[in-house]
Structures are given as structure tokens and as C-alpha cells.
Design a protein around this ligand. Structure first.
Ligand code: GLU
Length: 493
């Protein structure tokens, strides 16, 4: 039996979780669940200067709201308290600092790393010189061959230092990436990476690699921007004689013009996207398809279907364009898929009105549903239905060149008809339609010259849902009030 798959999502709490991060987390989760493995959330907070307050909460809450749930590692409970689950903790990197330091010291002993005493100033001058000479910037290895004993003494005396990895000066490193196949890097272009900073904090490279090993991670899925770091990580695995995990570098996310996805907060922050009225199921479906096409014949997948179909080898190498129009389309699809009560529960949150007739408001919300791209738009969509009065001066009640007299005649007859409905009949669209069509036929009127004035009377607008739907949404009393209002307006002009 092969070992259990263990996959981690390892974000840094440097801001809000964005859709690129969510895509990595989702692929981790799909991959782990597909193989019956573990999905672990580890927080990489070694860069304390960039760590933001509330960052961990935002990551956990965004994952929770999106429905991408790890079964191990950092989490947030129902009371909003950050917790850790599992036996490989701590799952927040800053609490593992001692382990990282011990690993760094071992690397020094094995001559795979060295103390470096170069000052900020020297490094700055070096960079300036390299830029002037049109050379790639990088550390020049000045401290690489310092005598061990001497270096240790300087450290003991408290001299400021960092620890750097001692990479080969030449030769190549090759490795297999599940998505990209064979990848090759030249050691000569990789400069000796700092693994412990002057503050004593480890850098991402050391912490992430050692934690992946200690947490028995079997697969590392992460963004393409980490591909050039992989040789550094493999160097550490090799130095310790550890078996490395398998790597898969996910394609970059691109804007429509194929530039790297801009991180304008509102567009890419998971919490803001959900607050704007996108549904988690639409977001997951959308994000899953950024770089992967499960089957060629469709775009709509449930979360469980994604788990079943997930195949890392089928993820594309090429960058994935984030197409917000497609996102809107998916979202309106999922809004239509909600049951009425699921939809109403969400939509009601956006309505502020003095009207206390909840059944009427719910009918209005349901009428608007098919046109919604985002749930939040519902307030604007039903605003006219909740208005006390319309300004009929702004619209044309007559159909084309129809006379005012004729409009009044049509609306009065319709008013009488609606008056005859029972409350229940007025809510029944087919019944309303049948009776109005019968009236039109009996009187030998036209559809346009009857239904247009009725629709404008009911909506106060020249563009609106049909008159039968409007009557059934208002209910008898409200429909009558609207028609009467329009007649008062017509008679007063
Ligand atoms: N902490 C890194 C980040 O914020 C994780 C990279 C990795 O998955 O190795 O993206």
C-alpha cells in the first residue's frame, strides 16, 4: 500500500486571501480528497514585517465561507477562535522557530550552509556595482569559505550575521514537476539563499522545506512563481537525505490582456467577492476551471464532481485568464439553481424597506431572481416594486400613438377584471394571463394596446417583467392600487 497523500496549503498572512490563493487551496483539497488523503492548512508567518493583523482569521474565514475545508492544521472555530487540529503541530511557522534554527545549525555542520557577516551596506554596494556592470544581482559568496571555528567565534561574540545555503557553483539541477514535466535550472544563476535572518527568524525557504518534511507532506502544489525556489528546497532535502515531496506548479493567473493578474482588492479578495453576492458554489466552480478543464463538454461542476474528476496531470502549463464575464454567467446560473428558500434567505438580507408584507417582498424577490448576476443586485432590481408611487410623467402609458381615451378605457376594464379576482386567483400567473387574454379577445382589442398600458401602469417603467407576472407579484390590492394611480394620473392630465 502506498503512503497516504498529505497535501498542504501554506499561505502567508500578509493580507486578504485572493483567488490565486483560493485556487491553490482548492486544488490541494480536490487532490487530497480524490486520493483519500489529508488536506492541511499551515500558516507561513516567518516574514513578520509583512504579517498583517487579522490575516490568519481572513484566510480561515475565506476558506470556510468558500467551502474549502482542511481536515488538519490551523482553523477557526464557530466562535471565531483560532485553533489547531492534528498531531503535526504547531501549524503556525513562527512557533516552530527552534526546530528551524536547529536544522540550520545542522546544515552548517554538514557544510551545506555558512554564517555570513556581510553588512547591509556591503550588500547594497555590491548590488549597485552589479547593476552598473549589467550583471544579475546576487550574493558573491564572500563569507562562503570563512573558517568554521572563526565564524563560530564571531557568532558567539554577538556579531550580526545571517545563515546562507552553500549551493554548488556550477552544474545543473533537474527535477520532475507533475504539471511541467522535466525542469532544469543552472546552479550558477542561483545565489546562496539566506535561511536564517539577522533577527534569528528563518526565511520561507528553510521553514517551508523543513515543515513539509516534518509534517510528512507528500505533494506540494503551489503557484508557478515558486518554481525557481524549488532547486533551493531540493538542495535542503538532499543535504538531509530526506525524500522530497512531489511538486506541481500551478499556472499563473492572468488579466484578459494576459498581463499578470492585478490584485486590486475588490476584484480578487475572496471575502469581498462573497460579500458582493457571488455564491460559494459559483466561486469554486469558477476557480476550479482556472487552468484545468475536467471535461470538454461543459462548464458546470459541483464540488463533489470536481473531487471525483480532479487530475493534476491535466492541469495546464499556460497561464489562465480570469474572465469575470464567465464568473457572472456561472453565478447567475447558480442563483437560479438555489431552492426558493435558500435564495430568499440570502436575498432578504439586502432589502431595507418599511413594507411589512413579507409575502409580497418574497414574491418580488423571486420575480427578480432570473435577471440577477449577483444577489446584492436584488435591491436595485425590485426597488420599483416597493415604491409607494410612480412618476407616470416620465413614461408613456399609451402604446405608440394610442389615444388617452383608449388607454383609460383599457385600464378601467382591466381594473374591473382584477377586482373580480379572489386574492388567491390574483397570485396565479396562468389564471391572470388566461382571464386578461379572454378580455382582450372578447373586446376585440389588441395585445399591445392593452398589455403595454397595463405593464407601464404596474411598473412605472417602459421596461419591466410582463403584466401577468407583475399582477401575481403585487397581489390583488397592490395591483388595483397601481392601476387606479395610473388612471388618476391620466385623468388629471
Ligand atoms: N507561503 C508561501 C506563499 O505565501 C507558500 C509557498 C508554498 O506553497 O510553498 O505563497
Amino acid at each position: 500500500m502506498s503512503k497516504k497523500f498529505r497535501v498542504r496549503f501554506a499561505p502567508s498572512p500578509t493580507g486578504f486571501l485572493h483567488i490565486g490563493g483560493l485556487r491553490s487551496a482548492l486544488y490541494d483539497e480536490l487532490f487530497a480528497r480524490h486520493h483519500g488523503g489529508d488536506f492541511i492548512l499551515r500558516i507561513e508567518d516567518t516574514d513578520q514585517a509583512r504579517t498583517v493583523e487579522g490575516g490568519v482569521e481572513n484566510i480561515c474565514n475565506s476558506l470556510k465561507d468558500a467551502g474549502v475545508i482542511p481536515n488538519e492544521g490551523m482553523w477557526i472555530d464557530d466562535n471565531g477562535k483560532i485553533i489547531e487540529r492534528g498531531k503535526h503541530g504547531p501549524y503556525i511557522q513562527s512557533k516552530r522557530q527552534k526546530k528551524h534554527l536547529a536544522y540550520a545549525e545542522k546544515l552548517i555542520k554538514m557544510d551545506k550552509a555558512y554564517y555570513c557577516f556581510c553588512t547591509e551596506e556591503r550588500l547594497k554596494d555590491l548590488r549597485a556595482q552589479q547593476t552598473k556592470n549589467e550583471q544579475a544581482p546576487g550574493y558573491d559568496g564572500k563569507c562562503c569559505d570563512l573558517d568554521h571555528k572563526e565564524a563560530e567565534q564571531r557568532v558567539r561574540k554577538g556579531e550580526k550575521h545571517v545563515i546562507r545555503l552553500k549551493f554548488p557553483q556550477k552544474g545543473k539541477i533537474t527535477f520532475e514537476d507533475i504539471i511541467r514535466g522535466k525542469v532544469e535550472f543552472d546552479w550558477s544563476v542561483i545565489d546562496d539563499q539566506v535561511i536564517i535572518k539577522t533577527s534569528g527568524m528563518p526565511t520561507y525557504h528553510l521553514a517551508s522545506t523543513c515543515d513539509d518534511h516534518d509534517m510528512e507532506i507528500s505533494h506540494v502544489l503551489r503557484g508557478e512563481e515558486w518554481l525557481p525556489s524549488t532547486p533551493k528546497h531540493l538542495f535542503i532535502y538532499e543535504a538531509f537525505g530526506w525524500k522530497p515531496p512531489k511538486f506541481a506548479h500551478l499556472p499563473l493567473l492572468l488579466n484578459e490582456d494576459r498581463s499578470k493578474l492585478s490584485k486590486r482588492q475588490g476584484d480578487v479578495s475572496v471575502s469581498e467577492i462573497l460579500e458582493k453576492g457571488y455564491l460559494p458554489q459559483a466561486l469554486l466552480n469558477f476557480v476550479a476551471l482556472l487552468g484545468w478543464n475536467p471535461t470538454a463538454d461543459r462548464e458546470i461542476y459541483t464540488h463533489d464532481e470536481l473531487v471525483e474528476l480532479f487530475n493534476l496531470e491535466k492541469v495546464n502549463k499556460a497561464g489562465a485568464v480570469v474572465n469575470y464575464e464567465k464568473f457572472d454567467w456561472l453565478n447567475s446560473h447558480y442563483i437560479k439553481e438555489l431552492t426558493d428558500s435558500e435564495y430568499l434567505e440570502k436575498a432578504r438580507l439586502f432589502i431595507k424597506t418599511k413594507i411589512r408584507d413579507q409575502e409580497f417582498i418574497d414574491r418580488a424577490l423571486l420575480l427578480a431572481r432570473d435577471r440577477l448576476v449577483r444577489i446584492n443586485d436584488v435591491a436595485d432590481e425590485i426597488d420599483y416594486l416597493l415604491k409607494e408611487k410612480f412618476n407616470y410623467k416620465e413614461v408613456s402609458l399609451p402604446w405608440k400613438k394610442q389615444s388617452k381615451k383608449e388607454v383609460i378605457q383599457r385600464l378601467e376594464a382591466l381594473l374591473d377584471l382584477v377586482n373580480e379576482f379572489s386574492d388567491k386567483q390574483a397570485l396565479d400567473i396562468p389564471k391572470v394571463e388566461k382571464e386578461i387574454k379572454k378580455l382582450i379577445a372578447d373586446k376585440e382589442w389588441g395585445n399591445g394596446d392593452t398589455l403595454w398600458p397595463l405593464r407601464v401602469a404596474l411598473s412605472g417603467s417602459e421596461k419591466s417583467p410582463g403584466p401577468f407576472e407583475l399582477i401575481a407579484t403585487y397581489g390583488k390590492e397592490r395591483a388595483i392600487a397601481r392601476i387606479k394611480d395610473s388612471l388618476t394620473h391620466l385623468k388629471g392630465t
